[in-house]
Design a protein around this ligand. Structure first.
Ligand code: C5P
Length: 400
C-alpha cells in the first residue's frame, strides 16, 4: 500500500471523464488513502454524488451554502485536513478560474483556501486545450507551482482526435505516489540500461537471455519519482514505460552501446542494469539458415563492448552503478567486477529463482564494504538504491 495514511481531497468538475474518477477513488482507497470528494454542480450532471459517497465512505461536498456542514466552513476544513488536493477531471473553466484566483463555488473556494499542494488532471476538447486562453492559464498555474498531470492525446468523447484527454486513473495514481516521494535527485540527469539484448544470428534467430527488465524499469520509475530527468535505454522487453521517463528501445548490445555513449557524458548518474550479451555472432546471415543435410553450422562469437566500463572510463564520468547477477560467490564476483570496471557502486543479486520475479534480494557493494537490503518488491528496493545514489552524489565516501 503506497498511500497509507495519506488524506486526499479529490475535486471533480464537469466533464465526461468524471466517470473515470469513480475508478480513481477505488484505486486510492486500495492504496490505503482516505478520500474526501468535492464536486462542482456541473460534475453531478455526469455522475452522481452517491457513487462517490459509496466508494469513498465519506459524505460528498457540493454546495457552498450547505447549512448541514459543521460551522459552514467546509472550504476551510477540507483543504486544511488534506495532504494534497487533486482535481480530476479539471475542466477548462475550472483551470481558468483557479489561474485567476476566482472562487465562485465550493470547489474553487476550497482550492483558493487550500493549505496543501494542488494537482490537476485536465480534461477537455482539443480545441479548448489548444486555445491560447487555456494555454495561458496552464502557464500561470505552472508558475504558481500547480502540478499539471497530462493531458493525454487520443480519441475524444466528441469523436475528435487530439490533446485534451484526461490521463487514465492508474496514471494519476502513479503520479500521486511519485508526488509523495522525497525529491532526492531533483533535476539530476539519470541514464539507465535495462532488459536483455538480442544478438542476431540470422533474420529470425538470435542469442539473448531471460532478463525481464523489471528491476531496471523499477529503478527508472524510482529515479523519476525522486525528481530526476530519466532516460531508459532498453532491450526487447514488454514492460510499460514509467510515466515521465524517456524510453529508447534497442535490440543489440551495439545499438545499446551507441545510444548510451551518445548521452553518457552529460549525465549525473549512469546505472547499467541491462543484462548485455557479452558476445555476438561475428557474421549475421542475411537469409534464414536452412537445415540442408550439411553439418550443423558453427556460430563464431566476438566480444561486445562493455558499456558500463566505457562510461566509467570517460574523462568526466557520471556516477556509475553496475549490477552483478550471479548464481554463486556473489560477494567475490561483485567486488571483482566493481574493481575491474572502476565503478563506485555495484548492486549484487543472487539469482535463485531465475529472472522475472516481482521481488528481489540485493546487496550493495561500495568503498565502505557491503550493505544487504532486505528482500522486498523491486520498486521498494529501487527507491533504497536511489537514496544510496543520492547520498554518494553528495558525498562519495558516505558510510552506509
Ligand atoms: O561484465 P558483467 O556482465 O558481468 O557485468 C555486469 C554489469 O556490467 C551490469 O551492470 C551490466 O549492465 C554491465 N555491462 C555492460 N556492458 C556489457 C556487459 C555488462 O554495460 N557488455
Amino acid at each position: 500500500m503506497e498511500l497509507t495514511g495519506k488524506r486526499i481531497a479529490l475535486g471533480i468538475t464537469g466533464g465526461i471523464a468524471a466517470y473515470k474518477s469513480a475508478e480513481l477513488v477505488r484505486l486510492l482507497i486500495k492504496q490505503g488513502a482516505s478520500v474526501q470528494v468535492a464536486m462542482t454542480e456541473a460534475a453531478t450532471h455526469f455522475i452522481t454524488p452517491t457513487t462517490f459517497q459509496a466508494l469513498s465512505g465519506n459524505r460528498v461536498f457540493i454546495d457552498q451554502w450547505d447549512t448541514n456542514v459543521a460551522n459552514s466552513m467546509a472550504h476551510i476544513n477540507f483543504s486544511r485536513e488534506a495532504d494534497v488536493l487533486l482535481v480530476a477531471p479539471a475542466s477548462a473553466n475550472f483551470l481558468a478560474k483557479v489561474a485567476n484566483g476566482i472562487a465562485d463555488d465550493l470547489l474553487t473556494t476550497l482550492t483558493l483556501a487550500r493549505d496543501c499542494p494542488l494537482l490537476v488532471a485536465p480534461a477537455m476538447n482539443r480545441q479548448m486545450w489548444s486555445n491560447p486562453a487555456t494555454q495561458r492559464n496552464i502557464a500561470t498555474l505552472l508558475g504558481d507551482e500547480v502540478i499539471v498531470l497530462g493531458p493525454a492525446s487520443g480519441e475524444q468523447a466528441c469523436g475528435e482526435i487530439g490533446d485534451g484527454r484526461m490521463i487514465e486513473p492508474e496514471e494519476i495514481l502513479e503520479e500521486l505516489i511519485a508526488h509523495f516521494q522525497p525529491k532526492l535527485l531533483k533535476d539530476k540527469k539519470v541514464l539507465i540500461t535495462a532488459g536483455p539484448t538480442f544478438e542476431a544470428i540470422d533474420p529470425v534467430r538470435g542469442v539473448t537471455n531471460l532478463s525481464s527488465g523489471k528491476m531496471g524499469f523499477a529503478i527508472a520509475r524510482a529515479a523519476h519519482e525522486a525528481g530526476a530527468q530519466v532516460t531508459l535505454v532498453c532491450g526487447p522487453v514488454s514492460q510499460p514505460t514509467p510515466r515521465g521517463v524517456k524510453r529508447i528501445d534497442v535490440t543489440s548490445a551495439l545499438e545499446m552501446h551507441a545510444e548510451v555513449m551518445q548521452r553518457a557524458a552529460t549525465q549525473d548518474v549512469f546505472i547499467g542494469v541491462a543484462a548485455v550479451a557479452d558476445y555476438r555472432p561475428r557474421i549475421v546471415s542475411g537469409q534464414k539458415t536452412k537445415k540442408d543435410g550439411s553439418p550443423p553450422p558453427v556460430v563464431e562469437l566476438v566480444q561486445n563492448p562493455d558499456i558500463l566500463a566505457e562510461v566509467a572510463a570517460l574523462p568526466e564520468p557520471p556516477l556509475c552503478v553496475g549490477f552483478a547477477a550471479e548464481t554463486q560467490n556473489l560477494a567475490e564476483y561483485a567486488e571483482k567486477k566493481r574493481r575491474a570496471k572502476k565503478i563506485p557502486l555495484i548492486v549484487g543479486n543472487l539469482i535463485q529463482d531465475g529472472f522475472g520475479g516481482e521481488e528481489n534480494t540485493l546487496i550493495l557493494f561500495d568503498d565502505n564494504g557491503q550493505q544487504p537490503l532486505a528482500p522486498a518488491p523491486k520498486l521498494e528496493l529501487a527507491r533504497q538504491l536511489i537514496a544510496r545514489i543520492a547520498t554518494l552524489l553528495e558525498n562519495p565516501y558516505a558510510p552506509h
